[in-house]
Design a protein around this ligand. Structure first.
Ligand SMILES: [Zn+2]
Length: 174
């Protein structure tokens, strides 16, 4: 069977004059290929015109919210497990130590207090000593002594850098 020009008419969806229309209709009655082509065209056109299903956006948002909720729940359980495991490990490792503290609290308290007192007094003494030195030094030590000390230090520094320089040159030459 010859499907031309009916095939072209159907595909191009061109406007037909009454004679062509009648010819096409008579052909479609006898031709399954061309009538199925028309059906396909109608289907395509209708699917193209159908807007997105109502409530699509709403459903999308609902699904997104559910996803976020499950994500949050998973994170919550993850952190809970993490904390529990961490606590368990800490208790396991530090347990004997803590138990020994509770077994003899008085000893530990005196030890801790003594330690803190020691650290505190050390810091105090050190700062006091530094302050005293800073206060007294300029008075006791005359300016020219400071100059000698500073120049001696500078000379030592220079000597040191020169010797380093010589050493590197020597090793490079060898
Ligand atoms: Zn045909």
């Amino acid at each position: 069977m010859n499907h031309r020009p009916f095939e072209d008419w159907i595909i191009s969806e061109q406007a037909l004059n009454p004679v062509e229309k009648r010819e096409l209709e008579s052909h479609l009655r006898g031709c399954k290929v061309c009538s199925s082509l028309v059906d396909t065209g109608v289907e395509l056109r209708s699917s193209r015109m159908v807007p997105p299903k109502a409530g699509f956006t709403h459903r999308f948002h609902t699904r997104l919210a559910a996803h976020k909720l499950s994500e949050r729940r998973r994170r919550f359980w993850g952190s809970l497990v993490f904390i529990l495991v961490g606590t368990f490990l800490l208790a396991w490792k530090a347990g004997p130590f803590i138990l020994s503290i509770f077994a003899s609290p008085a000893e530990w308290i005196t030890f801790v207090i003594g330690y803190f007192l020691f650290v505190a007094t050390s810091i105090q003494v050190l700062t006091e000593a530094v302050l005293v030195i800073l206060n007294i030094a300029p008075v006791l030590v005359p300016a020219y002594v400071w100059m000698i000390i500073v120049s001696a230090l500078a000379g030592l520094g220079l000597l040191w850098s020169v010797s380093i320089w010589r050493l590197t040159r020597y090793t490079q030459g060898a």
